[in-house]
Ligand binder design. Structure first.
Ligand SMILES: CC(C)(COP(=O)(O)OP(=O)(O)OC[C@H]1O[C@@H](n2cnc3c(N)ncnc32)[C@H](O)[C@@H]1OP(=O)(O)O)[C@@H](O)C(=O)NCCC(=O)NCCS
Length: 185
């Protein structure tokens, strides 16, 4: 993949592109009792909130506009995060469209007594940048540099196409669902 040494300017709207590394965000926390369930492992919902927080920072670093989460791809919890261990949530923008951005998040846990680490989960989230009126607004192009950044950049359009298809099907389903509560039928 050919990369220019200079920051290219997006042809149509003059937004200067940003390097992927400029969008990196990290949060490392010690897992304490308020964050854990009765198994002594971190609540899935709490971890998802961390993922959304950190990914929001990455997306906002690219857009330099307020952003909203448009979607989160499936989040599979591969390993539990145990009380007393640390949890590290890392993210960066992999790709940007017209107004949307894909953010990759990797979550690792560390046993602080042994130093053993494991990947707990990973996720792709899509954010949309908003202007002052709350309408989607243009975002800069992203310039990947490392082999992992380049791989995720090059494979992003395929993931975006799958999301568009899923969204279209969901909108079709929603159109037929109605807003009645179950006891109102
Ligand atoms: C996300 C949202 C702003 C999209 O607005 P919209 O008027 O439907 O805008 P569009 O259909 O033009 O889509 C705008 C962009 O978002 C993308 N997009 C919209 N919904 C998406 C989804 N579910 N998954 C992936 N991308 C999505 C579109 O592909 C488009 O991308 P592009 O501009 O890069 O080509 C709107 O649906 C919304 O406000 N949703 C609620 C968000 C929210 O409350 N999040 C939780 C709290 S932060």
């Amino acid at each position: 993949m050919k990369m220019s040494a200079d920051l290219p300017v997006q042809a149509d709207d003059e937004l200067p592109a940003r390097y992927t590394k400029e969008t990196r965000a990290t949060k490392i926390s010690l897992v304490l009792p308020p964050d854990t369930n009765h198994h002594g492992t971190m609540f899935g919902g709490k971890l998802m909130a961390y993922i959304d927080d950190v990914a929001t920072i990455s997306a906002t670093r690219l857009a330099r506009h307020p952003v909203v989460t448009a979607s989160t791809d499936s989040v599979d919890f591969l390993k539990p995060v145990k009380q007393g261990n640390s949890v590290c949530v890392e993210s960066y923008v992999t790709w940007s469209g017209k107004t949307s951005m894909e953010v990759f998040v990797k979550v690792t846990t560390e046993d602080l007594l042994t130093g053993d680490r494991a990947i707990c989960t990973m996720a792709f989230l899509t954010f949309v940048a908003l202007d002052e009126q709350g309408h989607p607004t243009r975002v800069p192009r992203i310039i990947p540099e490392t082999p992992q950044e380049i791989e995720l950049y090059e494979t992003a359009p395929e993931r975006m196409a799958a999301r568009r298809e899923r969204r279209a099907k969901q909108l079709e389903l929603v159109a037929n669902l109605g807003v009645k509560r179950h006891w109102e039928y």
